[in-house]
Design a binder for this molecule. Structure first.
Ligand code: BG6
Length: 476
């Protein structure tokens, strides 16, 4: 695998949208500053507005890059002039795609590019199928170099639609051309789950049902739905977070050691985990929706009062699930997945609780006999690990107390790259390790589709709390 990308043209569909401006374009600018974007590489933004010029688009890009924190206006302007172009596609007609092809070929000639192309679909999911069809129809699914297709989530909204979408895409692109994004996989801390597990014999030797009592995966958000009511009303927490981000975390925490840190080996092991999860029982699912409450001292609206949300909406903004991974390593160890919007704090953690010692020799000062060691992998914020252990409290009495040992990414390495930086670089390098395969996506939808279809009751929780109290009962 080369470690410097080859020059290419990156075509971003949805180039005037929020994702392109908040994440994709700033990440490309940063890559360029870090010397990781070859001089010849260019970015072609594609949006619905047919009247926008290259110059107008560059102006928007400049603003977004400034907003992301870069301050050297001259450097950003020069970068935009050299790299950024725009093409409008209003209706997605064949003719428009022919024009797109002509523009690409023309730019490639000017830059002496050899036909390496990336099509990044940063558009609402209804546009995935038609765009892929049109790309194929215009012969843009293959070129003299390589052609890669990047697809944002959500990939389908249940098993059937994911299968249909996949069947459609694979009429035009092969699996090794397709990069399905789950941006959690681009986070350093998420990749580090594997380095931590498989690079440290100490932990791997206790990573099993003999030593672990339970695994909790929590992605709590204090944010609400921002201005995304339209999307979120059709999605809800299970589709938005659980089927993808939390499930990816689960597979990384539970998988067997892969043969190598390569896409096909990693994907193979992740799919095995998904296939070994037992059907999720109705009583193991708690859905919730936030009502009015208080966060950080400010009053916040309930979900049903958010702009664009129906006043009788049944969309869950919280999910807690208990899952069983029925394989040799994990039999009998419950996995709890929890996520929600407008919770008390923003934090994403994997919490591993180890079994208590078989004999309790020591009592703690609070009178409890048995204590577990707990390992917390903090994915964000305060990225790092904490592990609790028992120490003797000084004094004549033999009593133990839990204390924490910690590692902080920020203290050790300073700020970390944004997930999109990592993912875009990997697409350019042709490395699919951090992307989701068709098998994974389908296995995951297979697991959650019955839950989506079956479960109806919704528990309220006030914004600023940790979710409905019923969720606590899941853990027994
Ligand atoms: C997105 C979801 O995929 O992930 C959002 O659509 C969510 O609803 C976001 O807020 C969380 O990502 P992060 O990186 O902020 O944890």
């Amino acid at each position: 695998m080369p470690n410097k990308p080859e020059p290419c043209i990156l075509c971003i569909f949805g180039a005037t949208g929020d994702l392109a401006h908040r994440k994709i374009l700033p990440a490309l600018f940063e890559m360029s500053n870090a010397g990781e974007l070859p001089e010849q590489t260019i970015i072609l933004g594609i949006g619905r507005n047919k009247n926008k010029s290259d110059i107008a688009f560059r102006h928007d890009v400049l603003e977004s890059i400034q907003k992301s924190g870069a301050s050297d206006v001259d450097a950003i302007t020069t970068w935009c002039e050299a790299r950024i172009f725009y093409q409008g596609i209003a209706k997605g007609t064949q003719d428009e795609f022919k024009k797109l092809r002509a523009k690409i070929v023309n730019l490639e000639k000017k830059r002496t590019l050899k036909g390496n192309r990336i099509f990044h679909l940063a558009i609402p999911p209804v546009g995935f199928g038609p765009t892929v069809k049109s790309l194929g129809g215009a012969g843009l699914n293959a070129s003299d170099g390589w052609t890669r297709l990047v697809i944002e989530k959500p990939f389908g909204r249940d098993y059937k639609s994911a299968l249909e979408l996949n069947n459609l895409i694979t009429q035009f692109f092969t699996e090794d051309q397709i990069y399905r994004i789950d941006h959690y996989l681009g986070k350093e801390t998420v990749q580090n789950i594997l380095a931590f597990r498989f690079g440290n014999a100490l932990f791997e030797s206790v990573w099993n049902r003999e030593k672990i009592e339970k695994v909790e995966i929590v992605v709590a958000e204090s944010l609400g739905i921002e201005s995304r009511a339209d999307y979120y009303e059709k999605s809800g927490a299970l589709r938005d977070m659980v089927q993808n981000h939390l499930t990816q975390l689960l597979t990384l925490a539970a998988m067997e050691i892969p043969l190598a840190f390569k896409a096909e080996d990693l994907r193979f092991e992740k799919v095995k985990v998904l296939r070994s999860i037992s059907p999720i029982r109705a009583e193991d699912v708690i859905l919730g929706q936030y009502t009015e409450g208080e966060l950080g001292g400010n009053g916040v609206r309930g979900y049903r009062q958010e702009d664009g949300v129906r006043s009788d909406s049944k969309t869950p903004t919280f999910v807690a699930l208990k899952m069983r991974v029925e394989n040799w390593r994990w039999h009998g160890v419950p996995f709890y997945l929890t996520t929600g919007k407008r919770l008390k704090e923003q934090k994403s953690e994997i919490i591993i609780t180890f079994r208590v010692p078989p004999v309790a020799l020591f009592k703690s000062s609070d009178g409890r006999e048995a204590h577990s060691n707990v390992l917390i992998i903090a994915l964000q914020p305060n990225e790092g690990f904490r592990i609790s252990f028992q120490v003797k409290k000084p004094g004549s009495e033999i009593a133990v107390q839990s204390e924490w040992m910690h590692f902080s990414y920020n203290e050790a390495f300073g700020p970390m790259p944004d997930a999109y930086y990592t993912l875009l670089r990997d697409v350019m390098l042709g490395d699919q390790s951090l992307f989701v395969s068709a098998d994974e996506t389908l296995a995951s939808w297979k697991l959650y589709t019955p839950v989506l279809n079956a479960h109806r009751s919704l528990h309220n929780y006030p914004a600023g709390s940790w979710g409905p109290k019923e969720a606590e009962a899941l853990k027994g």
